[in-house]
Ligand binder design. Structure first.
Ligand code: UGA
Length: 441
C-alpha cells in the first residue's frame, strides 16, 4: 500500500519507518526542511534504539521517502496519517491543536481523489469530529475525505517494538465511514495475521482510549508513590509492597515502580489536557482525581530533594553532588518535564554544586539547564562527590561497581531515586544508602 505520514517528530518518524518496514511505500511529510533533510539522509534527531537501522533499511530499499511538499503528499496516496504534536498550551492545561488543524487546511484542498486521513496524535475527545467537518468544508468538489482515529501507544525507548508488535490497534471511524476500516486492515494486515487485536469504534471512543490509557498509567504510578509516602511515614518498604501487590494478576507489577515519578512529553501533559477537556464537557468532577495524581507526582521531586539534603547532613550549601541521569527515563534522550533534571536544578537552587551525567541526554539537558556542570562519564560526575544521586535507572548506573566509585567520591553516600540499586551490594561495600519509600538502616 501507499501512505503518507504527516509530522515527522518522534511519533511520525517511527510510524513512517515502521509502515515501510511492513512493506508499504511511505512518504514522510514535515514543514521543517532541516528535519526532512536529516531523515532523508538516514539520521534521526533523537535517540531511539533500533530506529536508525529501520529508517536506513527502508530508505535503502526505496520504500521510504521524505518531503516538505504538500502537493507531493496529496498526490502520493489515498491514506494519510496525521502525526503532528499537540503540546500543552502556554499558561493553560489545554492542548494546542494548531498543528493538527494546519494539516487539514494544507492537505485537504490539494486532494484530487477521495482519501482517508487517520489521526495518530493525542487529541482532546471531540477533535476528530471537528476535523471531519473542517475537512468537508475545505475539500474540493467531488472529493470525499474521511477522518479516522488510530491512536498511538508507543513508548519512548521501545518505539520500534511497539510499532511492529503493538498490544492492540484501535481505530475510530465516522458513523458514515465507507473506506477507513478496510484500508487500515489492509495496511496492518501483517500485524493482524500475528494476532494483534483490532478494535473498531466511533471517533470519540478511539480518542478517549488513548488519553484514558495514559491517565491510568499515571494513576498507577502515583498510587504506588502515594503508598511510598505512607511507607516513609510508617517505616514500611514500598518495593516489597509493590512486589506483593503485583502478584495479584488483577493489579500486576508493571508500572508499580515507586520513585521519582513520571515525566516526559506525554503523561504529564496528557492528564492535564484530559482534565481541561472534561471541564469543557461539563464532566470535570469525573477527573478531579487526576489533579491529585499530578500533585502526588510533583511532590516526589521535592521529597527527593529533602532526602538528598538529609543524606548530606541537613544542608546542601556547598555540597558537591553527582547526579546520574537527566533523561525522563532510560533508553531515551528526552528531557521534557524530566524529574531527574528538575531535581538537579532544585539541588543547585539550594546551594549545591551539581555534576550531571547521562549516557544520552547530555546535549538536551545542557540546552534546558546550561548552568549545571556536565560530566562525560559517571565516574567523572562522582569526582569528590559528597553524595551520588541516581535519578534515571539506566542499566549503566544499576551496574556501577560500589568499590570503584568509592575510590573517587568524598563520602560513600548514595541516594536511589528510582529504587533500582541492589542495596545489599552497596551497603556491603560500606556505602550509606538512602531510598524513596523505604527505610534503609
Ligand atoms: C507513555 C505511555 O506509556 C505510552 O503508552 C504512550 O504512547 C506515550 O506515553 C505517549 O502518549 O506518547 P512514555 O512517555 O514513552 O510513554 O514513557 P513511559 O514508559 O510511560 O514512562 C513515563 C514516565 O513514568 C517515566 O518518567 C518513567 O520513569 C515513569 N515511571 C514508569 C515510573 O515512575 N514508574 C513506573 O513504574 C513506570
Amino acid at each position: 500500500m501507499r501512505c503518507t505520514v504527516i509530522g515527522t517528530g518522534y511519533l511520525g518518524a517511527t510510524h513512517a519507518a515502521g509502515m515501510a518496514e511492513l512493506g508499504h511505500d511511505v512518504l514522510g511529510v514535515d514543514v521543517d526542511p532541516g528535519k526532512i533533510a536529516k531523515l532523508a539522509a538516514g539520521e534521526i534527531p533523537f535517540y531511539e534504539p533500533g530506529l536508525r537501522k529501520m529508517l536506513r533499511d527502508n530508505l535503502d530499499a526505496g520504500r521510504l521517502q521524505f518531503t516538505t511538499d504538500y502537493d507531493e503528499a496529496a498526490a502520493f496516496a489515498d491514506l494519510h496519517f496525521l502525526a503532528v504534536g499537540t503540546p500543552q498550551k502556554k499558561g493553560e492545561y489545554a492542548a494546542d491543536l494548531r498543528h493538527v488543524y494546519a494539516v487539514i487546511d494544507e492537505l485537504v484542498p490539494r486532494l484530487t481523489r477521495s482519501a482517508v486521513i487517520a489521526g495518530k496524535s493525542t487529541v482532546p475527545v471531540g477533535t476528530a469530529a471537528e476535523l471531519a467537518q473542517r475537512a468537508t468544508s475545505v475539500a474540493p468538489a467531488g472529493v470525499d475525505v474521511e477522518i479516522a482515529w488510530n491512536p498511538e501507544f508507543l513508548r519512548e525507548g521501545h518505539a520500534v517494538t511497539d510499532t511492529l508488535r503493538p498490544d492492540r490497534i484501535v481505530l475510530g471511524v465516522q458513523g458514515d465511514s465507507a473506506r477507513a476500516e478496510a484500508m487500515l486492515r489492509e495496511l496492518y494486515a501483517p500485524l493482524l495475521e500475528n494476532g494483534v487485536p483490532f478494535l473498531v469504534s466511533d471517533l470519540q471512543t478511539a480518542e478517549l482510549v488513548k488519553v484514558s490509557a495514559n491517565a491510568f498509567l499515571a494513576t498507577k504510578i502515583s498510587f504506588i508513590n502515594a503508598m511510598a509516602e505512607v511507607c516513609e511515614a510508617s517505616g514500611a518498604d514500598v518495593t516489597v509492597l509493590a512486589d506483593a501487590l503485583g502478584y495479584d494478576a488483577r493489579i500486576g507489577r508493571r508500572f508499580l515502580n515507586a520513585g521519582l515519578g513520571f515525566g516526559g512529553g506525554c503523561l504529564p501533559k496528557d492528564i492535564r489536557a484530559f482534565m481541561a477537556r472534561a471541564g469543557e464537557l461539563g464532566a470535570n468532577q469525573a477527573l478531579t482525581f487526576l489533579r491529585e495524581v499530578d500533585s502526588i507526582n510533583m511532590r516526589r521531586r521535592t521529597r527527593m530533594v529533602e532526602l538528598i539534603t538529609s543524606a548530606c547532613g541537613g544542608s546542601l550549601l556547598g555540597a558537591n553532588i553527582a547526579v546520574l541521569g537527566a533523561a525522563f527515563k532510560p533508553e531515551s534522550d528526552d528531557v521534557r518535564d524530566s524529574p531527574a533534571l528538575n531535581v538537579a536544578g532544585l539541588l543547585q537552587l539550594n546551594g549545591a554544586a551539581v555534576n550531571v551525567y547521562d549516557p544520552k541526554a547530555l546535549d538536551n539537558a545542557r540546552m534546558v539547564f546550561p548552568t549545571l556542570n556536565y560530566a562525560t562519564s559517571a565516574l567523572e560526575a562522582c569526582d569528590r562527590a559528597d553524595a551520588v544521586v541516581v535519578l534515571t535507572e539506566w542499566p549503566e548506573f544499576v551496574d556501577l561497581a560500589p568499590a570503584v566509585l568509592a575510590e573517587t567520591v568524598r563520602a560513600k553516600v548514595i541516594v536511589d531515586g528510582r529504587n533500582c540499586l541492589d542495596i545489599d551490594r552497596w551497603r556491603g561495600a560500606g556505602w550509606q544508602v538512602h531510598c524513596l519509600g523505604r527505610r534503609v538502616a
